[in-house]
Ligand binder design. Structure first.
Ligand SMILES: CC(C)(COP(=O)(O)OP(=O)(O)OC[C@H]1O[C@@H](n2cnc3c(N)ncnc32)[C@H](O)[C@@H]1OP(=O)(O)O)[C@@H](O)C(=O)NCCC(=O)NCCS
Length: 154
């Protein structure tokens, strides 16, 4: 995976939808090239992590990733899900999640969790449509947002 493309789309996501992510733009904007290279190479190809990008022609328009929990590798965590606003509602986000789920199944995971900010109604609805179920637990993100874990069997 191209580290520059990954950097470009991740920064765009953090800028466009700051309340959707635990990581903030200010935490990564000054990261060195090695941070992005490591993500694009190691984390995109390791057995316990993945990253997928979506393209419209040559342009990157979406991303998502996942990792297997260290203590419980049958459990995958979905992360960094973002689609360019102009492409929302196109079905492209479903395809990104499908790719991650296929990866997680292949990695022998049996369930996947997405942590969603409580007021992110669009994402909550999106995950519900994909068969995720909202759990009772709530957690507070570092930025003070209430987050809901949404889980589905895979
Ligand atoms: C979350 C995201 C990837 C979903 O992709 P998408 O293309 O927007 O999703 P879809 O349009 O296919 O589905 C969204 C659902 O929410 C509904 N919706 C749209 N706007 C909404 C709103 N303001 N409030 C509630 N629901 C809304 C849609 O009708 C659709 O539901 P339906 O399938 O039952 O009709 C995308 O919105 C995104 O990148 N958001 C910003 C980043 C983010 O929130 N990431 C998730 C972090 S956990």
């Amino acid at each position: 995976m191209d580290a520059d493309i990954l950097k470009r789309i991740r920064l765009k996501a953090l800028q466009e939808a700051p309340s959707s992510f635990t990581q903030q733009l200010s935490e990564v904007v000054d990261k060195s090239d090695s941070y992005w290279s490591e993500w694009a190479s190691t984390r995109a190809t390791a057995k316990d992590t993945c990253v997928y990008l979506a393209f419209a022609g040559e342009s990157p328009i979406g991303m998502c990733g996942a990792y297997l929990e260290k203590e419980n590798p049958q459990s995958a965590q979905l992360v960094a899900v973002w689609l360019e606003p102009a492409f929302r509602g196109s079905g492209m986000a479903y395809r990104l999640i499908d790719s991650v789920i296929a990866w997680a199944r292949h990695a022998a995971a049996t369930g996947i969790t997405a942590w969603v900010t409580e007021d992110n109604l669009r994402a909550r609805r999106f995950y519900l449509r994909l068969g995720f179920v909202e759990q009772v637990t709530r957690s507070q993100s570092p930025s003070g947002h209430s987050e809901i874990p949404m889980w589905r069997r895979i």
